[in-house]
Structures are given as structure tokens and as C-alpha cells.
Write a protein that binds this ligand. Structure first.
Ligand code: TRP
Length: 321
């Protein structure tokens, strides 16, 4: 069978350059070497508090970011999870194979359910739905960040159990770890750059906004363990500036002659330049509402064709058809 890859991203809010270096860039590379299914995981997004009135826009924003960054909808199947209801049906079938205790032990569940109000069944079942997302396309590989590896492991366990109990349907999916460097917040470099903090640079921030955020980046040392803020700026410089520039600043840092304002100005320019084409493309795409709808609806249709085949096979083996 052809090599298949599936991954998903929650439409929590706008993507920042940490997401870009961690995930988007990798998806864009993967589209050239395998049959890729990339989905926007709206059904996972609703397992934690969210704003219903903003969800559709959040979904569109993620889709626009991926397309503008270079995801080719002719090459990959790009779709919204809830448009393919077969995932949920397969998740129900899988739920009969998973001991509840195993779900209670998942790290993400333990972290997110600390507030009693958050411990809903959907959050507990989150990894089962994720297993269905992956296995319904019989994916061989799943590119995810470190925090999701435990969930992919559960998908393997479910595949193994299903195959042993009912018959061989599912390959055991492997994780492709997005090796992306950890990009820290510019305003608080002890924390990861996140979707909500003010120290995050969004992919379509204007050059002026990028400059403002970078110039304000914290470089003063906090605590004893090296200077996280400066290190973070160097990580970004390495990604976005040319190697000679990077070496010059590194040299200046080592000899103590560095002026951080110069480094920041250079970095801001280089980040702004790196995303110039992205901003243009995104603007053009965002202006054409209908076009995006068409891409996502064609993606869902394509996805459903594959998903339905797998689901039918699973139901048949389970005596449901
Ligand atoms: N849970 C993933 C995250 O939080 C998103 C996701 C949903 C996903 N379904 C998936 C990732 C299937 C990989 C495969 O990032």
C-alpha cells in the first residue's frame, strides 16, 4: 500500500512562528514524499473551553495559514475533522477496546483535567478519537510534537488489539517527532511561545508589528541558568537570517561587544522578509471566501471516500454489517 501520513492541529487560535518551525514547515516537506491527510481537529478543540462564535473563523485561519505557507491542496487532503463523521463512529467502536484506567493515566488528560469542570468524557476519550483519526486512513506515520507521542502509542495499542480480535485492518502507526527547536516567548523566555502570549509572533504580523515585538524581547538575565532570552533570539536568528549574519552576532556575543538592539533590528527585518510572500498569499486567499470553502469541501469528500472504506471493513469484522 502507498505510504500514508496523517496529522491534525487544533484550531485554538492563530499560528505563531513557533508552530511554523515546529509543525507547518514539516508538513510542507512531507507532502512531497507520501500521501498526506492533514486535518483541522475541531472536535478535539471543543473538549476544553472555547468560544463557539469564534470557532469557524479559527478553522479558516488555520487553513489559510497552512495554504499560504505552502501546503498544496492538490497534493494533500486538507479537511476539517467534523466534516468526516466516520471518525466519530470509528472512535465509538474503538472505545470498546480501551480500558478506562488507561485513559485516566494519559498525561494530557491528567494535566488538563485538574480543574474538575474540565474533566468531561470528551476530554477522557480524546485519545480514542485521535486513534480513529489516524487509523481510519490506515496511516503509517504521524508527525506530532513530543506532547502527543503518548496518544500515538495508544493508537498503536488499539490497532494491535483490533487486528488480533477481529482481523487485520490497521497498520501500527509510527510517530515522526517534529524535531523543531523550542521557541520561547519573547516577553517571557522561560515559557514556550504560545498562541495567547503577547511575546508570540503570528505568521501574518506586519513588518511593523514584528519589529515592535522583537525590539521589546526580554534579554535581561533572570535566575542563574544562562540567558534564555538571548539564546532564543539566537535560535531565531539561525532560522531566519543568513549564516554569515548569524556568525557575526555570535562572535560579538562571545567577545562581549554585542549590541542587542542591532541583533533585534536585524532579526525583525529577516523574519518580516521571510514571511513577505506568505502575507501576500494569505491576504489573497482570505479575500476569496468561496475558494477556501471549496478546498475544504473537496478535502472532506476525498477524506470521506477513504474513511468510509475503512469504517465499513471494521464494522463488517465486528459483526455490525
Ligand atoms: N491532539 C493533537 C494536538 O493537540 C491534534 C490531533 C488531533 C492530532 N487528531 C490527531 C494529531 C491525529 C495527530 C493525529 O496537537
Amino acid at each position: 500500500m502507498e505510504e500514508r501520513i496523517l496529522s491534525g492541529i487544533r484550531p485554538s487560535s492563530r499560528l505563531h512562528i513557533g508552530n511554523y518551525l515546529g509543525a507547518i514547515k514539516q508538513w510542507i516537506e512531507l507532502q512531497h514524499r507520501a500521501r498526506c491527510f492533514f486535518m483541522i481537529a475541531d472536535l478535539h478543540a471543543i473538549t476544553t473551553p472555547y468560544e463557539p462564535a469564534e470557532l469557524q473563523q479559527a478553522i479558516r485561519d488555520v487553513a489559510l495559514d497552512y495554504l499560504a505557507a505552502g501546503l498544496d491542496h492538490h497534493k494533500v487532503t486538507l479537511f476539517v475533522q467534523s466534516h468526516v463523521p466516520e471518525h466519530v463512529e470509528l472512535a465509538w467502536l474503538f472505545s470498546t477496546l480501551v480500558p478506562v484506567g488507561e485513559l485516566h493515566r494519559m498525561t494530557q488528560f491528567k494535566e488538563k483535567s485538574t480543574k474538575a469542570s474540565l474533566a468531561n468524557l470528551g476530554l477522557l476519550a480524546y485519545p480514542v478519537l485521535m486513534a480513529a483519526d489516524i487509523l481510519i486512513y490506515q496511516a503509517h506515520e504521524v508527525p506530532v510534537g513530543e506532547d502527543q507521542t503518548q496518544h500515538v502509542e495508544l493508537a498503536r495499542v488499539i490497532a494491535r488489539k483490533f487486528n488480533a480480535k477481529y482481523g487485520q485492518v490497521f497498520p501500527e502507526p509510527k510517530t515522526i517527532l517534529s524535531g523543531g527547536k523550542r521557541i520561547m516567548s519573547l516577553s517571557d523566555p522561560s515559557k514556550k511561545m504560545s498562541k495567547t502570549d503577547g511575546g508570540g509572533i503570528q505568521l501574518d504580523d506586519s513588518p511593523e508589528v514584528i519589529k515592535k515585538k522583537v525590539m521589546k524581547a526580554v534579554t535581561a538575565t533572570k535566575g542563574g541558568e544562562g540567558n534564555a532570552g538571548v539564546m532564543n533570539l539566537f535560535t531565531l536568528l539561525k532560522e531566519f537570517s543568513d549564516p554569515t549574519t548569524y556568525r557575526q552576532f555570535l562572535n560579538a556575543e562571545e567577545t562581549g561587544t554585542i549590541k542587542y538592539a542591532e541583533l533585534k533590528a536585524q532579526l525583525a527585518d529577516d523574519i518580516a522578509r521571510h514571511f513577505a510572500a506568505f502575507r501576500e498569499k494569505r491576504k489573497a486567499l482570505a479575500g476569496n471566501h468561496r475558494y477556501l470553502e471549496e478546498i475544504l469541501s473537496a478535502g472532506a469528500e476525498e477524506a470521506r471516500a477513504t474513511a468510509k472504506k475503512t469504517l465499513d471493513q471494521a464494522k463488517q469484522l465486528m459483526g455490525l454489517a
